[in-house]
Design a protein around this ligand. Structure first.
Ligand code: ZN
Ligand code: ZN
Length: 241
């Protein structure tokens, strides 16, 4: 199964190369797409991950012990890669400069991940994790929205899930502190809440650290009646809690 996925990833990267600069950003191979086939195979190998939290699994099981003991608010979670070289640099350039070349490359990376395409197809709604108004003003764009639009243009809705207050600078906080910090940070647009009744929602973000952000958003969506919620992220850090 993994070799089939690897060849699919390679095909996806090739398709992407038709629209991108002709040097690999990782190994500088030339001619190549933004990330060449060899680097994609080397740095984005398919990994066995928990179906509820996308944490890496050592054994061939479906779910990690933590999620078995205490199921998280997400029904499923998919991560393309670990938050490590070269993706940390790629995500940084994408997030802070809005580099459109990286947006396409990262969307391809996500699309090539096992279970991502079926999840995109099954979703009724694809919702980017929203930024606060203040953060949106300083950055000028929402990186999760750029990704969502590339992944599912017809299903992406950026006006249904709202950020009610700013919760930035969370990196030094523990998971419990982040959860407290995020309580009430998301809300569903009140006039449109009924549209969520019984729907399958795909929540998109660039990086998942503890999962606290995705979980807080999922709780708001669940409260509004969403029936099934999947998280889809480019990169996931190792669990730290
Ligand atoms: Zn390369
Ligand atoms: Zn898990």
């Amino acid at each position: 199964m993994f070799s089939r996925m690897a060849s699919r990833i390679s095909t996806q990267w090739r398709k992407l190369g038709e629209h991108l600069p002709s040097q690999c950003a990782v190994c500088r191979a030339w001619p190549a797409q933004r990330v060449c086939d060899a680097c994609a195979a080397r740095f984005a190998p398919p990994r066995r991950r928990c179906d509820r939290c996308a944490g890496l699994l050592a054994a061939p099981v479906q779910r990690c012990g933590a999620c078995l003991r205490e199921p998280p608010p997400l029904d499923a979670c998919i991560a393309a890669v670990e938050y490590a070289y070269p993706w940390t640099g790629a995500l940084g350039e994408f997030k802070f400069r809005g580099d459109p070349g990286w947006a396409g490359a990262l969307a391809t990376l996500v699309r090539s991940t096992p279970w991502a395409e079926p999840a995109l197809e099954a979703a009724d709604l694809v919702l980017p994790i929203p930024l606060s108004h203040a953060r949106l003003r300083t950055r000028g764009f929402n990186q999760a929205l750029l990704l969502a639009r590339l992944l599912a243009p017809a299903k992406t809705d950026a006006a249904l899930l709202l950020r009610t207050h700013d919760t930035e600078a969370q990196s030094h906080l523990t998971r419990a502190q982040r959860l407290r910090n995020l309580r009430g940070a998301f809300a569903v647009e009140p006039l449109r809440a009924r549209q969520l009744q019984g729907t399958r929602v795909l929540l998109v973000d660039d990086v998942m650290t503890t999962g606290a952000t995705l979980h807080a958003a999922a709780l708001a969506l669940r409260q509004a009646g969403a029936a099934h919620i999947t998280g889809l992220v480019v990169a996931r850090t190792e669990r730290r809690d």
